[in-house]
Write a protein that binds this ligand. Structure first.
Ligand SMILES: Cc1cc2nc3c(=O)[nH]c(=O)nc-3n(C[C@H](O)[C@H](O)[C@H](O)COP(=O)(O)O)c2cc1C
Length: 434
């Protein structure tokens, strides 16, 4: 079968996805959707009509509180605040769809391994094997403040996450294949011989129990990972089925895939598929698309964008000169993103203002602006030249950006034979081609 582009829709259960103040657009329905399951279910059905592999929720529990060391800008502009729980949504979306993958981010700092296995495997089992987990270690300082926890240093969080995954794997493999009998005549539910007790005593975790949820048709949820520092990649190569990355342009994307493949070869492991974040801005014509982008920029408050940027980077940039090149600053938050956006990938480095605007618009995900044909061209070029598996697409205006893409760009990709006409399988793993 010919290789195909894989697509995941990248959302947040908050007033915005990744565009500051998108909720204020006259057409946007997100503020309403926060309290309306029907709107979320309609969106999931639209994605399924567009044959997306899955829906994927980013999640940063807590609030952005780094900019000026306060929460005011995040609260004032609704920058990912309130942060409603995405896991709760997934089962409602499972009920409205039959093929769409259902992935969410859950932080290893905010939940115990048993809790994540229980919640996500329940979604996985209920949906016939369609769940996915984006494993993050909790780069956001306020996540820890919200929970009253000490934030471990960057690399230490990954060490802890390695042990975390060990516990998860044990829980996932605790229930043997033919353990469940559900024999009504005999009154026997399961064979205890085939259900293994997990007895984990490690540096960070203790767990003594049996697996809490039945294995789904895909066994366990698909694992995503988005750390892109050296330590983050090491973690990804050990655990991830798919790596999700943000690179500002094609040069960065090529460099990322080449680096990951080389690191995988060195470790002797299979390289995970890479999906790059993108934000299509579609118009009937190129001019119309550009006008839509201009409207997003015009509406965006720079201090709202800085609140988002400072939160992710873990640095208060409020005293920095906006028009100087952004230089790499030591951080305990996202080192991967800090590196990607301070590297010189074009003819000069980005200034802080430029990075803040990129962050406010799309958290640095490149915007593919143009007519449906032009957007399809850009996607095909990136996909062919970078060797990526596919894309995480962040829509700006809800739900029209998704509808425009599904109705106008998907048919072009299908016609070119680089995107599916029908789902290949029933589980998320099968459809992702893993
Ligand atoms: C594309 C992308 C998406 C991410 N999504 C989330 C998220 O939803 N929640 C979160 O807490 N961290 C998120 N992160 C942060 C990373 O998972 C990671 O914890 C952080 O970047 C620090 O690791 P690193 O220095 O190895 O990149 C994301 C990072 C990237 C690159």
């Amino acid at each position: 079968m010919q290789k195909q582009i894989h697509l995941v829709s990248f959302l947040i259960n908050s007033p915005i996805n990744h565009t500051v103040l998108s909720w204020a657009d006259q057409k946007d329905n997100r503020v309403k959707a926060l309290g309306d399951l029907q709107l979320w279910q309609d969106l999931a059905r639209t994605l399924e009509r567009g044959k997306f592999d899955g829906i994927f929720f980013a999640d940063t529990p807590g609030v952005f509180d780094r900019y000026k060391e306060r929460v005011d800008e995040a609260v004032r502009y609704g920058v990912c605040w309130p942060s409603h729980d995405p896991v709760v949504l997934l089962s409602a979306l499972a009920a409205a769809t039959t093929h769409l993958g259902l992935a969410t981010t859950m932080s290893t700092s905010a939940y115990q391994p048993w809790t994540i296995v229980r919640q996500l495997s329940t979604v996985d089992y209920l949906s016939g094997g369609r769940a996915g987990w984006n494993i993050v270690t909790g780069h956001l300082r306020n996540e820890h403040r919200a929970l009253g926890l000490e934030q471990l240093d960057h690399d230490r969080r990954y060490d802890r996450a390695d042990e975390y995954m060990e516990v998860c794997y044990k829980l996932w493999s605790s229930i043997g294949e033919d353990a469940i009998r559900a024999d009504k005549e005999a009154g026997i539910f399961a064979d205890p011989e085939k259900v293994q007790l997990v007895q984990h005593e490690g540096e960070f975790f203790r767990c003594n129990t049996v697996g809490p949820v039945l294995p789904s048709p895909q066994g366990r949820p698909v694992l995503f990972q988005a750390g892109s520092s050296g330590r983050g990649q090491q973690f990804a190569l050990q655990h991830a089925d798919v790596v999700f990355a943000i690179e500002p342009n094609l040069a960065g994307m090529k460099r990322y895939v080449t680096g990951l493949n080389a690191a995988a070869a060195e470790l002797g492991v299979k390289a995970p598929g890479v999906t790059f974040g993108i934000q299509p801005i579609i118009g009937g014509t190129e001019e119309e698309a550009k006008a839509r982008l201009d409207a997003l920029i015009e509406r965006m408050p720079l201090d709202g964008a800085l609140a988002r940027l400072c939160g992710t980077m873990g640095v208060d940039f409020s005293t920095y000169d906006l028009d100087r090149p952004l230089q790499e600053v030591e951080t305990q938050a996202s080192r991967g993103l800090m590196k990607a956006f301070t590297a010189v990938l074009g003819d000069r480095p980005f200034t802080l203002r430029e990075v803040a605007i990129k962050w406010g618009l799309s958290v640095g995900m490149p915007q593919l602006v143009g007519s449906p044909e032009q957007v399809a061209d850009q996607m095909e070029t990136i996909w062919r030249e970078s060797g990526c598996h596919g894309f995480n697409m962040t829509p700006h205006i809800m739900p029209s950006s998704v509808e425009d893409f599904v109705d106008q760009v998907v048919p072009i990709l299908q016609k070119r034979g680089i995107y599916r006409n029908e789902y290949e399988g029933t589980t998320f793993r099968e459809n992702l081609g893993l």
